[in-house]
Ligand binder design. Structure first.
Ligand code: ATP
Length: 362
């Protein structure tokens, strides 16, 4: 069963198109993350699902029901916002059951549902407090409890953890994910933080300029980014993208890349890509090649000049010159003292990612 289905859904305001016509299917029971840079259309997509915006074109289904013309209150979805949107003058318990009171849920049922979510989110001891007397993490739990008490099968979350400090955010990620799995909820979660997306999602929906770039599991999107944008957006040290100069990665002299023959990548006069045991021919139409910094092997292969190093503790990111281009290499931080001047680098051709002139993966 699908939780959400967009058929040619778009959204424009006068000259601004937040979402170009989009087909998108999000499975029930999954944690789907809408990921992308600021302004790419994540919140608009979430608000379209919630019914807080109506689409310019297309049809939206939620659990196989056409809700395009159905008001937000009747879509059976709950929402958690970035700023929590708690009422400051109400207690935790009153905040949580506010929506149930509006819907005139009978008092006995209301109390039993309240008790359940207070337990679930470890908020029982705080139920009489006002939001101002809670930490950021506790306020976030109240916002979550208010969404869960509604018992809707689809929960929409717009950057719910972005106001928390780094450590608490990490703890809440685990908590939220565990809760989603335990309850079998369908979640659509918006974030611009790729680490958050990768660590929480069953499926990532990567948006760019109002278009879906790729829908994939975190593993797939990392291993096989479908576009140049996906390749560079995902991964905390960005993927190296090198231009194939006249069909080659060009370099000069020993240890650089030299080209021989049309479209062939060879290294060090051995007729092979430097450091690899296999000759590599770029696929037809390739104009760029990608290589993740962690896929470059330090200590074997031809020598390259190190232009710059960045030490971050666990890691050492070094920037090596390859012809007229720079290759970022991720090494363990313990190499920090040893790496200077020249380094030997190699890589496995299986880890190369090829892209055509339109930025599509080949
Ligand atoms: P952020 O991460 O910064 O919140 P986002 O990916 O959620 O960004 P949206 O808020 O969906 O992006 O906005 C997408 C585009 O639509 C932006 O260019 C934005 O300025 C525009 N937009 C959003 N809401 C409106 C509106 N009510 N009227 C006009 N333009 C809007």
């Amino acid at each position: 069963m699908t939780a959400v289905c967009f058929s040619s859904v778009s959204k424009s305001w006068d000259a601004t198109t937040a979402l170009h016509p989009t087909d998108l299917t999000l499975a029930a029971g999954e944690f789907s993350v809408l990921l992308g840079p600021s302004g790419c259309g994540k919140t608009t997509t979430l608000r379209l699902i919630a019914g807080l915006e109506s689409p310019t074109t297309g049809q939206i289904n939620i659990f196989d029901r056409d809700v395009t013309q159905i008001p937000s209150s009747q879509r059976g979805v709950s929402m958690v916002f970035q700023n929590y949107a708690l009422f400051p003058h109400m207690s935790v318990a009153e905040n949580i059951v506010f929506g149930l009171r509006v819907r005139r849920v009978p008092p006995a049922e209301l109390q039993s549902r309240l008790k359940k979510v207070l337990d679930l989110l470890s908020l029982t001891a705080y139920q009489e407090r006002k939001p101002g007397q809670l930490s950021g993490g506790q306020q976030q739990r109240v916002a979550l409890a208010r969404a869960l008490v509604a018992d809707s099968r689809l929960c929409l979350m717009d950057e719910p953890l972005s106001n928390l400090d780094a450590q608490l955010r990490q703890e809440m990620r685990h908590e939220l994910r565990a809760l989603q799995l335990k309850l079998g909820l369908s979640v659509v979660y918006v974030t611009h933080d790729q680490t958050e997306a990768m660590s929480m999602a069953d499926r990532v929906v990567l948006l760019h300029g109002g278009r879906v770039e790729q829908v994939a599991t975190p593993f797939e999107i990392y291993q096989k980014p479908g576009t140049l944008f996906a390749a560079q957006f995902i991964g905390s040290a960005r993927m190296n993208i090198l231009e194939l100069e006249q069909g080659l990665i060009a370099g000069s002299g020993a240890g650089g890349f030299v080209g021989s023959g049309a479209g062939r990548l060879v290294g060090s006069g051995e007729g092979r890509l430097a450091g690899s045991s296999v000759a590599v021919t770029p696929p037809a139409g390739a104009v760029r090649v990608g290589l993740r910094p962690e896929d470059v092997v330090l200590g074997t292969g031809p020598s390259f000049t190190v232009e710059k190093t960045e030490f971050t503790g666990a890691d050492l990111l070094l920037h090596a010159r390859v012809g007229s281009q720079i290759l970022a290499v991720r090494a363990q931080g313990k190499h920090a003292m040893a790496v200077q001047g020249e380094v030997q680098l190699s890589w496995n051709p299986a880890n190369l990612h090829w892209f055509d002139e339109h930025g599509r993966r080949i």
